[in-house]
Design a protein around this ligand. Structure first.
Ligand code: UDP
Length: 488
């Protein structure tokens, strides 16, 4: 790893290796440390997302599902009565340090390293500064967070540091797994070994890891560790925004031809997203040969960087395959307008090489658009073949062509998919439903931590000033409700 900001080598070594080896300091944590809610009656919770700024524009470079997840979960938890602080790294000096999204939900941008965009592969060096900035913020505000939910492996490292120092309940969501990613890439970044070690450590030491699909849980067990507690709570989508709209109305609003067959991609420009597979599939599509055909590739940005480079590569491929006249690149689309694009499309394609969950698939289905997706990860959980779309092996060009053509050319059957897709989403993947499940998990963890304290109090004298009733919501959980439903 490279050194940043002139940090001494000894410091970097100590700080990077400490969470990976068993810690002495963990044992020295006082079990009686109590949380002080920032707002009376509201339990504070910290969501940590090192690089996925919940207040950022979605769809830009390295801004995608994680940002959406943290922001939506944060806002939904606030509605359920939590005081939600979402922490991320400040990447632009002009960005406000605190963004208040709703009365009880805000994003806090911590200064950790230079205030500029830093690619994920180079970000780990700044995590010690992130921990320091987080602790300073807590001191300044006079608050502490009894529950910390980390997102992505670098935030997991931050969470593990905080767990060593205070009595927190640590919950983690991976969003992406090095153990899977490195199977498919020839070049591993310098941080690969550390990432794999942290991913294992967080699974074994967090109070709970949230897998967003049963498939992710299986992968964690087979590739990461058999130890640790996992619960499956899916990602969600905003079903008030992503909802069924008449196709004709959407096309009129977007100025799209009513007689074209429209194939849609939405997402980041990243080779692992498989846009190349989609473009090659469209080039040999029967539907394209037979009628009016339109490919819309939405997302990304025009800026330089990995995202821009992949976009240029895809544009060149589109040209080579003589698809330019039939392809539109509308750029990054806001969530206000995205439902119109989903509704206007005949099929939405998610050709990712791997996808831990894949929000785009459920957004499209919520709008009544059938999905053709790679038969990987969370997509196997969300897309029900023959009911809400079709699944194809990743990078299987002819397989994608056949699936896309089938939906485009069998109108009657496609209508059935359009009817069933939104039902699957409203029943299983609303953010409100996801937040209820997460809230329930946090409360069970807090309750179990109190039970531990009560058990310990039989052995140790309890200091009077740190009574658990300092935290009213926690104190109301009946011991009978305590217990984790599913221990793996
Ligand atoms: N997205 C967006 N505008 C775009 C492209 C993507 O708002 O132009 C959003 C999309 O709606 C989804 C997220 O970015 O909510 C992508 O999430 P997903 O899980 O599909 O992929 P990730 O980016 O996490 O790999």
């Amino acid at each position: 790893m490279s050194l940043k900001d002139g940090q001494p080598i000894s410091l970097m070594k100590t700080e990077i290796s400490s969470p990976i080896s068993p810690s002495k300091s963990e044992r020295s944590v006082s079990p009686f440390a109590s949380a002080r809610p920032a707002i009376p009656g509201r339990q504070p919770i910290a969501l940590i997302s090192d690089h996925g700024d919940p207040a950022a524009e979605i769809g830009k470079e390295e801004a995608g599902g994680q940002n959406v997840y943290v922001r939506q979960v944060g806002e939904a938890l606030a509605k359920l009565g939590w005081q939600v602080d979402m922490f991320t790294r400040k990447t632009k000096p002009e960005d406000p340090t605190i963004v208040q999204h709703s009365p009880h939900c805000r994003t806090i941008r911590l200064k950790a390293g230079p205030e500029k965009f830093i690619p994920r592969d180079e970000l780990f060096d700044y995590m010690p500064a992130f921990v320091e900035a987080f602790e300073k913020f807590q001191l300044k505000e006079g608050t502490s967070y009894p529950v910390i939910h980390t997102n992505y492996w670098m935030s997991a490292w931050v969470g593990l540091q905080l767990k060593q120092k205070s009595n927190i309940q640590l919950v983690h969501t991976y969003h992406s797994l090095g153990a899977v990613k490195y199977q498919a890439v020839s070049h591993r970044p310098a941080s690969a070994e550390i990432r794999l070690a942290v991913e294992q450590e967080i699974l074994e030491k967090a109070h709970c890891v949230v897998a967003t699909s049963p498939q992710e849980e299986e992968v964690l067990r087979s590739l990461v560790s058999a130890k640790g507690h996992v619960e499956v709570i899916p990602c969600g989508t905003d079903i008030t925004n992503f909802r069924v709209l008449p196709k004709a109305e959407a096309r009129t609003k977007l100025g799209l031809d009513h007689h074209e067959q429209i194939v849609l991609y939405v997402g980041r420009f990243d080779p692992r997203k498989g846009i190349e597979t989609l473009v090659r599939s469209c080039a040999i599509s029967e539907a394209r040969k037979e009628g009016k055909f339109r490919l819309i590739i939405a997302g990304g940005c025009d800026e330089e960087g990995a995202d821009g480079r992949e976009r240029q590569r895809i544009e060149k491929l589109v040209e080579e395959l003589k698809l330019s006249a039939q392809t539109i690149f509308p750029g990054r689309l806001d969530h206000n307008i995205l439902p119109l694009y989903y509704a206007a499309a005949d099929v939405c394609v998610v050709p990712s090489h791997y996808e831990p969950f894949g929000l785009v698939a459920i957004e499209a289905m919520a709008c009544g658009t059938p999905v053709v997706a790679s038969n990987v990860g969370g997509l196997k959980f969300t897309v029900i073949p023959e009911e809400t779309g079709l699944l194809v092996s990743p990078q299987d060009v002819s397989g994608f062509t056949a699936a896309i053509d089938r939906i485009l050319m069998d109108e009657l059957w496609a209508r059935k998919l359009r009817r069933l897709a939104p039902v699957r989403v409203t029943q299983n993947f609303s953010w409100a439903g996801v937040a209820i499940q997460l809230s329930d998990l946090y409360r069970r963890l807090l309750a179990s931590s109190i039970m531990d304290e009560q058990f310990l109090s039989l052995l140790l004298p309890r200091p009077r000033e740190t009574s658990v009733s300092a935290s009213p919501r926690v104190a109301t959980v009946a011991p009978a409700n305590v217990g984790l439903t599913k221990v793996s």
